[in-house]
Design a protein around this ligand. Structure first.
Ligand SMILES: O[C@H]1[C@H](O)[C@@H](O)[C@H](O)[C@@H](O)[C@H]1O
Length: 618
């Protein structure tokens, strides 16, 4: 009986549903309980104890289970629920993406200094970091649904303030409000979706949330492009339009249920059963309900120490390890430099030959679209290849393409064409390059081209760097290739997996706090990387900066290789056990991934029939 693991999950799951039905029937008849499906074991390694007189019927059972599985369709309700939740992801992407285009109009209309521009952009990210941390407490006390309602309310309020802002101070208030919503939404939505999804769809549905993030970033770039033609007040529409998805989500969530897991944790068992039946359609919910309830009871026994949740997490080895993995993943996601590419993508693309300034806004859209497209690939891959392999493949590809990007910048900087002083500073160049290299003076302005051979003068070498946007280069295709490869590798794995994995690696009692901490780490490193990028590029040069991100991505690879276990197909209640061993032994689970395991009734006990242990079978 050798099957692919996913088939295995389905049939065992259906089989245990079926067993639940039988158990009920038998109990109703007053007979002894024939079949017991343990609630806390791995699905892949689920022990099914079948009494001897029933062993022969296991084949029938399985056949029946398969038949039933074919009729078991995941109810559309789960998809509706995931889509409404993922609007939080859309707003995350929209609000972080829309500001770059809006800023081009704002700085002209409000006469914004560079400092104000930086403050308006980064205040949102900083506020998100703080509110993500606070979101852990809110989630635990008020539940996921209330937090999502709160986040969409905050997004709506922020959108209204931004679109009506009479001056830059009010704009700042609006950006801070939006940031508060972002932090709460970014940590709550993945948890809510993970808790409501059936295990075989969980990875895909949580990854859809990141698809909505990148979709939001892409939509933002289209809206930016469209309203950039409206020279007066165009930014009001750009910033204000976020109100539409926010209101949609708020109204939707008035009708959507609370997470059944949170309800059980709070002792609201009847309500939890109702919600579970609603989201599982025609399936039997007894097993899932029992499993959640048992694991909550066990958790209370195991780690019922006193003190705040974060303290209990840090002093209990499995949750401490999970927290380290979760925060590490989020940190390396940001250290791989995604937001330098997202925020400065247009500048990088300008180098590849398209020099029309008016196209700059639309070019950012190309980058955002590529990110979106390849996140779609991640949704498709996550349940096929699993989280671990997807993340590892993604980060190694990210590391290599960052190096290629750096090599592109290096080649451009070291093969500068010679330009005559009469060559216009603004491209396109009609006159053939003649005598000198063009550089940009950091002292006067990073935006203006200056003349002089960088290599000949210490003064110039210290204070100047290669002006990618101004100077012609025949190596821009290397940069373009590096950029496309970067997004193609990053978007399916390193983009969504940190969010997906964090939504599933913590036991229920630690889930909101764990996600709050890891989302806080994500926003903090997002803030640090994006605020330092231009300075790092100045001090280390562009190629130095991208080599640095490449090295950081390589460190991330080793971290993930050593520490990240596979969580695919497991019930949320089982995942904690993956962190029972030393952190760096997690990688060892890799080899077990495809092992087919069956439990059958042998000589009165549950024997483990594995590929290499087929003896002793009755
Ligand atoms: O997973 C998302 C996604 O990859 C976005 O494109 C990026 O802007 C975010 O910072 C990240 O958390």
């Amino acid at each position: 009986m050798s099957r692919k693991s996913s088939d295995n999950d389905y049939s065992l799951r259906s089989m245990s549903n079926l067993m639940g039905e039988r158990r009920k029937k038998v109990n109703d008849d007053g007979e002894r309980s024939l079949i017991k499906a343990p609630s806390n074991a791995s699905i892949n390694s689920q022990a099914v104890a079948v009494p001897a007189n029933e062993a022969a019927s296991t084949g029938d059972l399985e056949r029946e289970a398969r038949k039933q599985f074919q009729q078991d369709v995941t109810p559309a309700f789960v998809y509706v629920l995931a889509a409404f939740s993922a609007l939080g992801g859309f707003l995350f992407g929209y609000d972080t993406g829309v500001i770059s285009g809006a800023m081009l109009l704002l700085k002209r209309e409000m006469n914004l200094s560079a400092l104000w521009q930086e403050v308006l952009i980064s205040s949102t990210v900083a506020a998100a970091a703080l509110s993500a941390l606070a979101g852990g407490f809110l989630n635990g006390v008020f539940g996921r649904r209330v937090c999502i309602l709160l986040a969409s309310f905050i997004f709506t309020a922020g959108g209204i303030v931004l679109s009506a802002a009479p001056n830059k101070e009010v704009l700042l208030v609006g950006r801070l409000i939006v940031g508060l919503g972002l932090g709460i939404a970014s940590m709550t939505v993945p948890v809510y979706i993970a808790e409501a999804s059936p295990p075989h769809l969980r990875g895909q549905l949580v990854t859809v949330n990141t698809l909505f993030i990148t979709g939001g970033q892409f939509t933002a770039s289209i809206i930016d492009g469209a309203f950039s033609y409206l020279r007066h007040d165009g930014w009001r529409y750009m910033l204000g339009l976020s109100v539409v998805p926010a209101v949609l989500q708020f109204v939707g969530f008035l009708f959507l249920p609370e997470s059944p897991r949170w309800l059980i944790q709070k002792g609201l068992t009847q309500k939890a059963r109702r919600v579970l039946s609603q989201i599982r359609g025609n399936q039997n919910i007894d097993e899932e309900y029992d499993s959640i309830k048992n694991s909550i009871e066990e958790e209370e026994k195991d780690c019922g120490g006193a003190g705040p949740v974060i303290w209990r997490m840090l002093t209990y080895p499995p949750t401490r390890r999970a927290l380290l993995v979760g925060c590490g993943l989020q940190m390396f996601q940001q250290l791989s430099g995604i937001n330098t590419v997202m925020y400065y993508g247009a500048t990088i693309l300008q180098m590849s030959g398209v020099r029309d300034v008016k196209l700059a806004i639309w070019l950012a859209g190309v980058t955002a679209f590529t990110n979106f497209l390849f996140t779609l690939l991640g949704v498709w891959l996550v349940e096929r290849v699993g989280r671990r392999k997807l993340t590892l493949g993604s980060i190694i590809g990210t590391c290599l393409s960052l190096s290629l990007l750096a090599i592109g910048f290096l080649l451009s900087a070291h093969n500068t064409p010679l330009l005559s002083p009469s060559t216009p500073l603004t491209p396109p160049w009609s006159t053939p390059p003649a005598t000198d290299t063009c550089c940009v003076s950091r002292v006067s302005s990073t935006e203006k081209a200056a003349w002089g051979r960088c290599s000949n003068s210490t003064q110039l070498r210290v204070h100047t760097y290669w002006a990618y946007n101004y100077c012609p280069t025949s190596y821009s295709w290397v940069v373009l290739l590096g950029l496309v490869l970067y997004l193609a590798f990053f978007a399916p794995g390193m983009g969504p997996m940190p969010w997906t994995i964090n939504s599933e690696i913590y036991p229920l009692w630690a889930r909101s706090t764990g996600n709050a901490c890891s989302a806080g780490v994500n926003w903090t490193f997002n803030f640090l990387v994006s605020i330092t990028f231009l300075h790092v590029a100045q001090y280390l040069t562009y190629y130095g900066a991208f080599f640095l991100y490449s090295i950081l991505a390589l460190l991330g690879f080793f971290f993930i290789y050593g520490c990240l276990p596979e969580t695919k197909g497991r019930r949320l209640e089982e995942i904690e056990s993956l962190f029972d061993n030393q952190l760096c032994s997690c990688g060892a689970t890799d080899s077990d991934e495809d092992r087919q395991v069956e439990y059958i009734r042998v000589k009165g006990s549950n024997y483990h029939l594995s590929d290499n242990d087929a003896s002793d079978v009755e």
